[in-house]
Design a protein around this ligand. Structure first.
Ligand code: SAH
Ligand code: SF4
Length: 417
């Protein structure tokens, strides 16, 4: 009888595919994720929200109320192409059916608690969902052109506690549902009056999505995937997978699944090139070490020279910003179609790191660039309204405590799953 391995398969640093393509581990991650499920998408009066349902679910519901399946196509068009929130606006649907739908359903949006616009035009939304939980969404306009990225949250809080991240100081309250994820984009679009959805390559302000807000999207994969499928559907919002980027701190087994099923762009929060340092600043590294994360990037199916993987690298003064770090970074990612996004650390109340100096940023960027990787420095946007990377955090949990309610979730006892 052979002895049991001392570490779990994913802990092994041998980087073999067998240890990584681990269905059991994916099942475990999803089971844990289900414990933080969002509440049902229904109002107190029993009406159900149609936003966030797949086409199949919408069809089932139509059949349940005695309607023909083709109603799905009509409704989909009104909800996701026209942006209608009121059944009475749906002119291709006869009045009696409009009324029947309005009795049973709503087309919901998250409530807007605050909407702040930065001096640099970045706009931050604080949304409140039906159960009172809150999350932030940021619209970052391009500086030159009439387009921009919507930075969407996937969770309220985060189970991971990266030491430089404000969200990481807020324990995971719960996952956001598909309706709440799609709803962030739709509500942002409401704010810019950008309905109906432009067809094809027509320029639009809200032109890309980055899943880089609060939370770890790959620890809420099912809801994120469902939301992205709705957003990518060509008869509705119709944003192509090339315009969507998911950022992960390195949940290796789910990176494989995301690549295989969604084919959206991948950004990986690397931030350190040695396991001892990454173990400390991105604690998930203890579960999925650098070598495994890089191996998962090498096999990410949607990556190519035209669609490169983004390695995000936060520049922390005196911690991870040396020239030796830059050289090791280049060695680690050699051969991967990649770019390196250097992110100056954005401070938040209570944080102890300092951003790298401009000179050090430039030195680091030059080494990476000379090795053939684009290495843009991500200039902070919306710092004045705490909308920049890593500054998002809500009071959701504190309010629950103040109201004398128990926390929705226990403090994460490990690195997330
Ligand atoms: N959980 C995912 C996505 C959300 S974080 C992830 O970690 O990738 C989005 C990005 O913001 C990550 O690259 C994260 O490392 C970065 N970030 C976090 N805190 C930051 C800070 N204080 N300053 C600058 N970037 C930060
Ligand atoms: Fe969570 Fe990402 Fe912040 Fe880490 S950086 S705590 S994974 S949101």
């Amino acid at each position: 009888m052979s002895a049991a391995p001392a570490t779990s398969p994913s802990r092994s640093r041998d980087g073999t595919a067998a240890s990584l393509l681990n269905d059991e581990e994916r099942a475990r991650i999803r089971a844990k994720s289900a414990q933080f499920a969002p509440p049902p998408a229904a109002l107190p009066d029993g009406r159900r929200d149609l936003v966030g349902l797949s086409r199949e679910e919408l069809t089932d519901i139509m059949v349940e109320i005695g309607e023909k399946p083709f109603r799905t196509k009509q409704l989909w068009h009104w909800i996701y192409h026209q942006g209608a929130t009121d059944f009475s606006r749906m002119s291709s649907i006869a009045r009696p059916l409009q009324e029947k739908l309005a009795e049973r359903f709503v087309i919901g949006r998250p409530g807007v608690v605050t909407e702040q616009t930065s001096q640099d035009s970045t706009r931050k939304f604080l949304f409140r969902f039906r159960d009172g939980q809150e999350a932030e969404t940021v619209y970052i306009p391009d500086r030159q052109e009439d387009r921009g990225a919507v930075c969407i949250s996937s969770q309220v809080g985060c189970t991971l506690s990266c030491t430089f991240c404000h969200t990481g100081t807020q324990a995971l309250v719960r996952n956001l549902g598909a309706a709440e994820i799609v709803g962030q984009f739709m509500a942002a679009r409401d704010s810019y009056g950008e309905w109906p959805s432009p067809k094809g390559e027509t320029p639009r302000l809200l032109s890309t999505i980055v899943l880089m807000g609060m939370g770890e999207p790959l620890y809420n994969y099912d809801n994120v995937a469902k939301a992205m499928r709705i957003i990518m559907d060509g008869e509705g919002i119709g944003l192509s997978r090339r315009r969507i980027t998911l950022s992960t701190s390195g949940v290796v087994p789910m990176m494989d699944q995301c690549g295989a099923e969604l084919g959206i762009n991948l950004a990986v929060s690397l931030h350190a090139v040695r396991d001892d340092l990454r173990d400390e600043i991105v604690p998930l590294n203890r579960k999925y070490p650098i070598r495994e994360v890089i191996a998962a990037c090498r096999r990410y199916p949607a990556a190519s020279n035209a669609r490169r993987i983004t390695f995000e690298y936060i520049m922390l003064r005196g911690i991870n910003d040396s020239e030796a770090d830059a050289r090791e970074l280049v060695r680690l990612i050699s051969g991967i179609p990649a770019k390196v996004n250097l992110i100056p650390f954005n401070p938040w109340p209570g944080s102890s790191y300092r951003p790298s100096t401009r000179e050090q940023l430039d030195r680091f960027a030059k080494i990476v660039m000379d090795a053939g990787f684009a290495s843009p420095i991500r200039m902070p946007r919306g710092r004045d309204i705490l909308a920049a990377c890593g500054q998002l955090r809500t009071e959701s949990q504190r309010l629950r405590r103040a109201a004398g309610q128990p926390d929705a979730a226990p403090e994460a006892e490990d690195a997330g799953a």
